[in-house]
Design a protein around this ligand. Structure first.
Ligand SMILES: NC(=O)c1ccc[n+]([C@@H]2O[C@H](COP(=O)([O-])OP(=O)(O)OC[C@H]3O[C@@H](n4cnc5c(N)ncnc54)[C@H](OP(=O)(O)O)[C@@H]3O)[C@@H](O)[C@H]2O)c1
Length: 318
């Protein structure tokens, strides 16, 4: 297989494209041949030495997600056969053209999606579905505020909110036209609180930016609203007014996907399979790909991932 390998921690100088033997599936794993791989900010954090892979996952091949075709399977695999197109989550090893995934961490790709589109789906849609629906309990008629709406997770979250029957406010510094096309009311971060308050307050906030929004989110929240913190790229530490929290009778959730035990990750993937994949199959939701880089230009792709103003996912092409 070909894989992006980290030779140590640091910047682009520790990235290599290497040939390695194909991995062999464990009893409940499938081996997926992938033409495209999604990049995540976690891959950048891992390269910098700040986010090591969980135990049991490949330690020197980054990548949190997979999409492609099953080419081999373990003896106990029940749900998939060679030739099936699948997508799902991995703890590491995703930036490769052969990727092992536990069968409960994968589900079938709808025919409508190309291989490229499928690669733009798993981490973005599973993360946002888990945060907004499973943790945030978004309901019909609710107001959803997505902070950092133009990125991979945010643009998926906007679509999940719209299809779930919520009024969706997309807070972003760019891509307002595209976010409006997805069915959101696009606002600048500085205008988000006033816009959401005028709509009665946010029942759910999907927080993808971090610390600078903590106080604003409490102001934007409706009574009994839920803030779900998923990303902290703009900062991790902030003052929190417990008085505002009490008066709103609010809840703050924090969540990560990668470090979850096997069965909890499986639950998130299977909930996505049931509640999101049918809408990808019908075309009501779509994969949003910002840019595809050849795998030989992976370091440039990482630089692009770290930059501002993207709309959707950044992919590598093998
Ligand atoms: N907890 C989990 O399990 C999990 C899973 C997946 C992702 N994440 C995290 O969730 C976040 C979003 O992921 P992603 O893949 O969607 O990343 P992404 O595509 O890079 O999107 C990041 C978003 O945050 C915004 N942002 C970053 N810094 C900002 C700042 N200082 N002020 C205002 N906006 C800022 C970006 O806006 P601009 O384009 O204007 O910079 C963009 O909208 C990341 O922090 C990622 O690490 C967590």
């Amino acid at each position: 297989m070909r894989a992006i390998v980290y030779t140590g921690t640091g910047g682009r100088e520790v990235m290599r494209l290497e040939e390695r033997p194909d991995p062999v599936p464990g009893s409940e794993e499938v081996l997926v041949a992938a033409r495209f791989a999604g990049i995540n900010t976690a891959d950048l954090a891992q390269r910098a030495g700040a986010y090591p892979a969980p135990p049991g996952a490949p330690q020197d091949v980054p990548g949190l997600e997979v999409a492609g075709t099953v080419v081999a399977k373990g003896a106990a695999v029940r749900d998939f056969a060679e030739g099936d197109r699948v997508f799902g989550l991995v703890g590491g090893g995703g930036l490769a053209d052969r990727v092992l995934v536990h069968e409960r961490h994968a589900t079938r790709v709808p025919e409508r999606l190309s291989d490229e589109e499928a690669a733009g789906v798993p981490e973005a849609f599973i993360t946002s579905h888990d945060a907004i629906v499973t943790r945030g309990a978004l309901g019909l008629g609710d107001v959803l505020l997505v902070n950092g709406a133009n990125g991979g997770v945010g643009s998926a979250g906007v679509q999940i909110g719209v299809v779930a029957g919520a009024r969706v406010f997309a807070s972003a510094r760019s891509a307002h036209g595209q976010l409006a096309e997805l069915g959101a009311e696009a606002v600048l971060p500085d205008d988000a609180v006033a816009a959401v308050q005028a709509a009665g307050g946010a029942d759910v906030v999907l927080e993808l930016v971090g610390a600078p929004n903590v106080d604003r989110n409490l102001d934007a929240l409706a009574t009994k609203g839920r803030i779900v913190v998923v990303g902290t790229g703009a900062g991790t530490d902030a003052d929190l007014s417990l008085r505002k929290l009490m008066h709103k009778r609010a809840t703050i959730h924090g969540t990560v996907l990668r470090a979850r035990p096997l069965e909890e990750k499986a639950a998130a993937v299977q909930a996505f399979a049931h509640e999101v994949v049918p809408h990808l199959a019908s075309g009501r939701m779509r994969a949003i790909v910002d840019r595809v880089f050849p795998v030989e230009e992976a370091a440039d792709a990482f630089d692009h991932m770290a930059g501002s103003g993207k709309f959707g996912k950044v992919l590598l092409a093998f």
